[in-house]
Design a protein around this ligand. Sequence first.
Ligand code: NAD
Length: 355
Amino acid sequence: MVGIFTELENYGHEQVACFQDKESGLKTIIGIHSTVLGPALGGCRMWPYTDEAAALRDVLRLARGMTYKAAVANLKLGGGKAVIIGDSRTQKTPQLLKAFGRCVDSLGGRYITAEDVGMKVNDIDTIRTQTKHAVGGSNEGGSGDPSIMTAFGTFQGMKAALKFAGLGEDFEGIKVAIQGVGNVGYHLSSYLSAAGAKLYVTDIYPNQIERVINEFGATPVGPDEIYGVDCEVFAPCALGAILNAKTIPQLKAKVIAGCANNQLETESNGFELFKRGVVYAPDYAINAGGLINVAAELDGYNKEVVLGKVSQIHNTIMSILTRSKDEGIPPHVAADRVAEQRLIDAKQGRFAVKS
Ligand code: NAD
């Protein structure tokens, strides 16, 4: 394994903190990528990682993504993320969540946690018994499940991407292949179905698939078959790194627009999609709805204000895709440039010498 400081340098991280709690079995890594724009806010993912290196790599990638997500969404927040090593279905106990809350609290507000894969609203409520630095709960002014706003924002961004690809903005008869129908995939299915789209869905848990078949008339597809579905839009809504050298040649979709974080396995996969003429809506720009929703708690939650801000994701995606075309660069590079400029501007403001 590469040395820890080499990893931090490669990803540009400020801090990585590892905690363990013997009684509850908690093993967690909290990554604070940047606090340039504000406290590092990002969800906590509980996943049975095969080894510690995989967990570390995931938290580093995810936390950096949060910095860029907050910057592009124009929020006064930095980027951070936490991972808990373990199976959320069998190992998530109130003791473990409370121990995690104490770890978050010990960072004194530099990191604010929320939901991610394997975490639910009531888990945040438990974590909040130990720290005030947790958002997305249902108690004390909590904004609740962020996945509805994540899906709503992705739906808005998907409309922009569809229009940019010359397919109009009307989903009637548009075929969308959705990978993963958990929290966000389910709500995205709901928006798309209401707009008249034809859904093809996959998941690794049959009960998740049953729900969208029963409620939205979706067509089930095997996990490996989802890439090759003959459709206009591919919506990754499960885990990351699924746009790679193996999957990209299988894709028939003209547009990729989904809620999952870190969809590109490597930078070069974004260049490959661009070369192939596939319109890729950068993940952290299109899936910022949940972050906007939980961040609103910090200023006193107002749903109407949040809906207005999340609707802006349509314009954000359109302007990133337009910049990509104008500058001849892939959309993920265009999005990075928007984020990096905001960070540079903030640093200059922060370090400006007063005359
Ligand atoms: P979730 O655990 O509720 O749903 C993920 C679903 O994907 C599950 O049903 C799981 O069974 C399925 N899945 C896992 N591996 C799969 C595979 N190989 N093929 C098909 N299905 C598979 O999690 P979620 O909250 O819906 O998050 C999904 C993605 O969206 C993650 O990448 C997450 O980081 C991202 N995201 C979520 C939010 C949010 O508000 N929840 C916000 C931004 C980004």
